[in-house]
Design a protein around this ligand. Structure first.
Ligand SMILES: [Zn+2]
Length: 456
């Protein structure tokens, strides 16, 4: 499964048609949600009167086929205009609701890990990203590779060539499963979900290990000592974000309490800011794609840090936030690219102190301020760039993983004790306690003394 995403150039008529379909998806979603809620409330009310369970109003099934059946029975009353839109539009909304309800139910019963999922909410016309997904009907790329054909919407012009997808389709190594049209950052895109046959590949250097530390001033730092710079124009884009943010704050925005509507100039400024955000995100994603493709093709093993969720939430600085977003993205891309290229991705434990550890002797510092850009080791005298030091530590973890196998890395706790001497980190994060004395189990039920987990 692979996605291909292309920017679209829609004319005003096509844009209206897509918006109508996205609106239809929203209507079906909200209608079905209201139905589900009404039935739930009714049953809850009946229970309070002491009505036995078998005499309650019949429960409503949340599966997509059931929701679709209910919608088809009611659509003539709810949406007399239903025939103007493809049935796929209503399916988009109902499918989203079915999945949201399932996630909520699974989260409540503990079947789903991670953050608690709330009950689905109504989709607002203003705040929902317009999107519609087609799974059946004519979905194809035209032979000129610059147009696509979708059901009801017809022939849409692409902003860029779809040659990469077209080549695969023509060679018969890919099959389109669905096409989604949506608006991201003020621009329309079509994303094809494709089932692709991939040839077996080997990395160029199967025995090579590389650690990757995602940075703020740089896109990433590799354990080889290489600095990957941010893409061109990235800094300028960030400067413009601040500028536009300030400009927006000077205009008359919406106010919930007083019911004030935003001014026209505020809306224009907000749109400009949104486009600038999308541009910075695109620049960064492009740089990350180039980096991860190179890493996965070249090295047999890539080691990255786990996502630090609490750190992400705590940080309010723009540069840091963007770096954190890159963090999640780099890991996502490496997960599938290493598997395509026959390599492997190792993820260091969330609490592994990659920045605080000396890559020369293994000493762990108790404290390392973010402003300290160079790592100075008091034990062995090592002086190294902060991110390079962290990347080297990550790369070294691969050896530990290979010698210890997939079980808990047993030697690690004892090993460190012999090294650290007077430099013990006094305030340890949960999970860094050495094997056998672990007190806290980190979220998601993972065992705490595991240094590395396979990404997939
Ligand atoms: Zn040292």
């Amino acid at each position: 499964m692979q996605a291909y995403r292309f920017a679209l150039d829609l004319n005003p008529r096509q844009e209206r048609a897509v918006l109508a379909h996205a609106g239809a998806a929203r209507v079906a979603h909200n209608w079905a949600l209201a139905r589900v809620k009404a039935v739930m409330d009714q049953r809850a009310a009946e229970r309070t009167y002491g009505i036995p369970d078998d005499q309650l109003t019949a429960a409503m099934s949340w599966s997509l086929p059931a929701l679709r059946k209910a919608w088809n029975a009611a659509k003539a009353d709810v949406a007399p205009w239903w025939a103007e839109c493809s049935k796929e539009a209503f399916n988009t909304g109902l499918d989203a609701l079915a999945r949201a309800l399932k996630n909520w139910a699974d989260s409540r019963t503990g079947k789903r890990h991670g953050r608690t999922v709330g009950f689905p909410r109504y989709k607002s016309r203003r705040r929902t990203t317009p999107s519609v997904r087609f799974t059946t009907g004519t979905i194809r790329v035209e032979p000129d590779r610059t147009h696509v054909v979708l059901p009801r919407l017809g022939r849409l012009k692409l902003h860029e060539s779809a040659r990469k997808l077209a080549r695969r389709l023509e060679a018969g190594t890919a099959r389109i499963l669905s096409a989604t049209v949506r608006r991201d950052g003020g621009r329309w895109h079509v994303a094809f979900c494709v089932e692709a046959d991939r040839a077996d590949r080997r990395p160029n250097r199967p025995a090579s290990v590389v650690g990757v530390d995602v940075g703020i001033t740089h896109l990433a730092v590799l354990s080889t000592g290489e600095l990957i710079n941010n893409p061109r124009h990235f800094a300028a884009g960030q400067y413009r974000l601040r500028q536009l943010g300030r400009a927006l704050s000077r205009k008359t925005g919406p106010d919930r309490r007083t019911g004030r509507r935003p001014s026209r100039r505020w809306q224009q400024a907000a749109a400009r800011l949104g486009r600038a955000h999308a541009r910075v995100a695109n620049l960064r994603r492009d740089g990350l794609h180039k980096l991860t493709t190179r890493l996965a093709r070249e090295h047999g093993t890539v080691v990255v840090e786990d996502l630090n969720v609490t750190g992400m939430l705590a940080n309010r600085r723009l540069a840091r936030r963007i770096a954190d977003a890159g963090f999640a993205e780099i890991r996502r891309q490496l997960t599938y690219k290493t598997s395509w290229n026959g390599g492997r991705l190792l993820v260091a434990d969330r609490w592994y102190p990659s920045s605080k550890t000396c890559s020369g002797c293994g000493t762990v510092k108790a404290k390392l301020a973010l402003s300290e850009r160079e790592y100075h080791c008091q034990t062995c005298g090592l002086i190294r760039d902060r991110d390079g030091n962290a990347a080297a530590n990550l790369a070294a973890l691969a050896d530990q993983y290979d010698t210890a196998g997939s079980g808990p890395v047993a030697g690690r706790g004892a090993d460190r004790k012999t090294h650290i001497g007077g430099q013990v980190a006094t305030k340890r994060q949960p999970g860094t306690a050495s094997a056998g004395q672990t007190g806290t189990v980190p979220p998601q039920g993972e065992t705490a003394n595991r240094v590395l987990t396979r990404a997939h």
